[in-house]
Design a protein around this ligand. Structure first.
Ligand code: ZN
Length: 390
């Protein structure tokens, strides 16, 4: 059973066919990501020309809705010079080991960011939008953080805010959406919800706790996940926050950061969630999202982290199918298998899940018992000041 035709109005924003490689060669992001996901979607025949939109570079004035003019101009100058000077490296965390220099240093992140602004405009005009190159949720107004140079989710949200919309940001990346949370602490019309690996064992190693109250202003809710959180546990935790937050906040639109490092096979992630669990979460968000008059969800989706190229490409192909209302076949088309096989990747080739990445659709939901610490966490969520006050 498969249905290659879209049944929802959705736009996929991506790069040109000839793509340059960012992040150099010795970095967790030096793997094919968006390009492989796009190849996979095309191998399924799951995108029409009308659904594809070419990403444009964000204008300086748009970047400066959030970023400082000093940061933007230092960043541009580094690309023009072909290197980052020491003062700029120290001041803005550009050209460090974590946020390395690469060719088209400014152009590539500025384009991924322009795409999130385009995505917001697509949502405003009545379509679902997916920008897989976006989701750079750690970037600060004047500093790169955690592989993130420009904070495109913040800029996409700000574009929606210019329409006067209340925005719920939900971040399912394995890491805390700290940069987005910090950006909207003083805006009661934006609420940020993040489920992530507990910062006591994972990047960014601070913040992101349930008790952290940016929610002093009731603008955020964090769910720190224990190591190994699996599908059944994640489902319970997600259900404990999702509908209550929706009911309470009553957004006009939702922005979803869909990093795939929350999936079990990710080399930087420490969670136990399946690809099917990832997609089930996205489906719940899609189905409960505020809608335009014609029933199209007001949903902007970005990519995010994800350091296993095969898992990432398969998860985002599945996500695009879900957003555009398509049914993908259970078995991968041979062209898709060939595209995945061509990737130079062997980190987990001895693991039991590896061969399945090239054959059947996705790994299945795991069925495991729920640990007591998860039950305790759910009780604490129910007592959270944002959900608890009438
Ligand atoms: Zn992440």
């Amino acid at each position: 059973m498969s249905n290659p035709q879209p049944t929802r109005n959705a736009t996929y924003i991506g790069g040109p066919k000839s793509r340059r490689k960012a992040y150099g060669s010795n970095h967790p992001l030096a793997i094919p990501r968006v390009s492989l996901a796009t190849d996979l979607i095309e191998a399924y025949g799951a995108m029409t020309e009308a659904e594809f939109m070419l990403a444009r570079k964000a204008a300086d004035f748009e970047l400066e809705w959030f970023h400082t003019p000093e940061y933007v101009s230092a960043f541009k100058r580094a690309e023009a010079l072909g290197r980052v000077s020491n003062p700029v490296r120290q001041r803005h965390q550009l050209g460090t080991l974590e946020n390395p220099y690469f060719p088209q240093f400014f152009t590539i992140p500025a384009t991924a960011t322009g795409a999130s602004i385009q995505a917001a405009e697509e949502v405003i005009r009545g379509r679902i939008a997916f920008n897989p190159a976006g989701g750079m949720h750690h970037a600060r107004p004047d500093q790169a953080h955690g592989f993130c140079y420009f904070n495109d989710p913040v800029l996409g949200i700000l574009r929606l805010r210019r329409e006067g919309w209340r925005v719920l940001y939900v971040d399912i990346d394995a890491h805390h959406g700290d940069g987005v949370e910090a950006a909207f602490v003083h805006d009661p019309e934006v609420f940020t919800l993040s489920l992530h690996m507990d910062s006591r064992y994972a990047y960014p190693f601070q913040g992101g706790q349930l008790s952290d109250t940016a929610s002093a202003g009731n603008t955020s809710l964090n769910v720190p996940l224990p190591k190994g959180t699996h599908d059944a546990e994640y489902r319970l935790l997600f259900d404990a926050v999702w509908q209550p937050v929706l009911d309470k906040f009553q957004p006009d639109a939702i922005v979803l950061q869909a990093g795939t490092d929350m999936i079990f096979a990710d080399p930087l992630g420490k969670l136990g969630i399946s690809t099917q669990g990832f997609l089930a979460t996205a489906q719940t968000i899609l189905e409960t999202c505020p809608q335009h008059a014609d029933g199209t969800p007001r949903l902007l989706v970005t990519g995010g982290g994800g350091y296993h190229p095969l898992v990432l490409a398969r998860a985002w192909a599945g996500l695009w199918a879900l957003l555009s209302g398509r049914e993908l076949p259970e078995t991968l088309p041979p062209v898709a298998t060939a595209a995945l096989r061509a990737v130079d990747w062997d980190m987990d080739e001895d693991e039991p899940h590896f061969e399945q990445l090239f054959s059947s659709r996705v790994d299945a939901l795991t069925d495991m018992s729920v640990r007591p610490e998860i039950a305790d966490l759910i009780l604490s969520i129910q007592q959270h000041p944002f959900l608890h006050t009438p």
